[in-house]
Design a protein around this ligand. Structure first.
Ligand SMILES: Cc1ncc(COP(=O)(O)O)c(C=O)c1O
Length: 399
């Protein structure tokens, strides 16, 4: 009997990054591929302490089911942190705890998209979001971007011409993959436009707290007066991803739908994970931990950018991220980064992610994403030197 899958599965592709990550686990590989935090900075001792306390003090609650919305004290901590760091005005009841922010990307697709509806996103955009939305068979329009993020005139033109836009997906702070950040004027203009068209916005913000330099900028959620912004947060990059704890802060009307989807999907996020994280917030300083991360990541970013300046040919350009985990590289037209990776970088034991999958409609094969958080400084320098040689060779061969 021939197995017949649902039509929607035809669009589904596994993440190119996850496939690549398998390859890059070889110890000899210097990997700039994953978006992984530095494991040596995970608060392991602190989590041993809090997990013991949670089990000793409240073990039977920790092992029980909890509410779909999430463990109330953790929701309160997250609401307070958002208000403190991002200048929002949310309360615990505005928050649903999810299994990483990735789960909420799926909920957004499920809640908003019928086949052939339109999703707007930045150009490039986060591959994991593209994959999540793709399950619901939308069409994507990449709104053109420049070094300051999404271009507002282009956004307005697209909204004028398309009436099936269901939501806009954006990462205004230290974007994955480009490392770019929208300045305040763009955020304000963006909110003006979405208020006019009343289009929901998914603001994905895993990296906002990891600012190494430049001025603090308010989140879109902080500028939201009509309840249109769904703010996606996560503990993955400021604490650790293994607990799989993220959250969404949204208006009651939207949150109600997500709540139903959460029940249908997995009832709730892990009780014990939520209680441990909440205890961490009670007993330790998240701020002090984030300061440590910023110090290390800033140094790694500096080494990466300095090494690129030293070893990359002058015709290669890259972004200067003010925070977060990534920089975005543009090669001369005609060089395919996927081929460069396979034929010249991996044989030199260096890995990155080729850029094309970050564009839902394809193209831009001459781009790639580099992560600097997961490798020590000496390896970053060594890897960039090798990559520089690989790129020079590819340019020579093109001539
Ligand atoms: C922009 C963006 N959104 C969402 C995620 C998913 O994070 P989480 O671990 O919270 O599911 C990531 C992870 O790299 C990301 O970069």
């Amino acid at each position: 009997m021939a197995i017949k899958f649902a039509e929607r599965t035809n669009n589904m592709e596994g993440s190119a990054i996850r496939e690549l990550l398998k390859l890059t686990q070889r110890p000899e590989i210097i990997s700039f591929a994953g978006g992984m935090p530095a494991p040596e900075l995970f608060p392991v001792q602190e989590m041993i302490d809090v997990s013991k306390k949670v089990l000793e003090e409240n073990g039977r609650v920790a092992m029980q089911y909890t509410t779909t919305e999430g463990y109330a004290p953790l929701r309160t901590h997250l609401a307070n942190r958002m208000n403190d760091k991002l200048k929002t005005n949310v309360v615990a009841d505005d928050i649903l705890i999810t299994n990483g922010s990735q789960q909420c990307l799926d909920f957004i697709g499920k809640a908003f998209l019928d086949k052939d509806d339109i999703v707007l996103c930045e150009s490039p955009s986060y591959l994991g979001a593209i994959n999540a939305f793709n399950c619901y068979q939308p069409k994507f329009i990449n709104v053109p971007t420049d070094e300051n993020g999404m271009i507002m005139e282009e956004l307005e033109k697209i909204l004028e011409e398309n009436d099936r836009v269901k939501f806009i997906y954006v990462i205004p702070d230290f974007q994955n993959p480009s490392g770019r950040t929208w300045p305040l004027e763009r955020r304000e203009k963006f909110m003006e436009i979405i208020n006019k068209y009343e289009i929901p916005v998914a603001e994905d913000n895993p990296y906002g707290e990891l600012r190494f330099e430049g001025e603090f900028l308010p989140s879109l959620k902080a500028l939201d007066t009509k309840g249109l912004v769904m703010f996606l947060g996560t503990l993955s990059k400021i604490l650790c991803p293994g607990y799989r704890l993220g959250w969404v802060a949204a208006s009651p009307k939207i949150l109600e739908k997500f709540n139903i989807l959460k029940q249908a999907s997995d009832l709730q996020a892990s009780t014990i994970s939520q209680m441990e994280m909440s205890k961490f917030f009670d007993l330790y300083s998240v701020d002090a931990h984030v300061e440590k991360l910023k110090e290390v990541y800033k140094k790694r970013r500096d080494v990466m950018l300095d090494s690129m300046k030293e070893f990359f040919p002058a015709e290669v350009t890259y972004t200067h991220p003010e925070g977060g985990l990534f920089t975005w590289v543009v090669l001369p037209e005609g060089i395919d980064a996927a081929v460069l990776l396979k034929e010249k970088a991996l044989p030199r034991n260096v890995a990155f992610v080729a850029g094309e999958p970050f564009f839902p409609n394809g193209g831009h094969a001459n781009t790639f994403r580099m992560n600097y958080s997961n490798m020590p400084e000496d390896k970053i320098k060594e890897g960039i030197e090798s990559l520089g040689k690989a790129i020079k060779e590819a340019i020579e061969e093109m001539k």
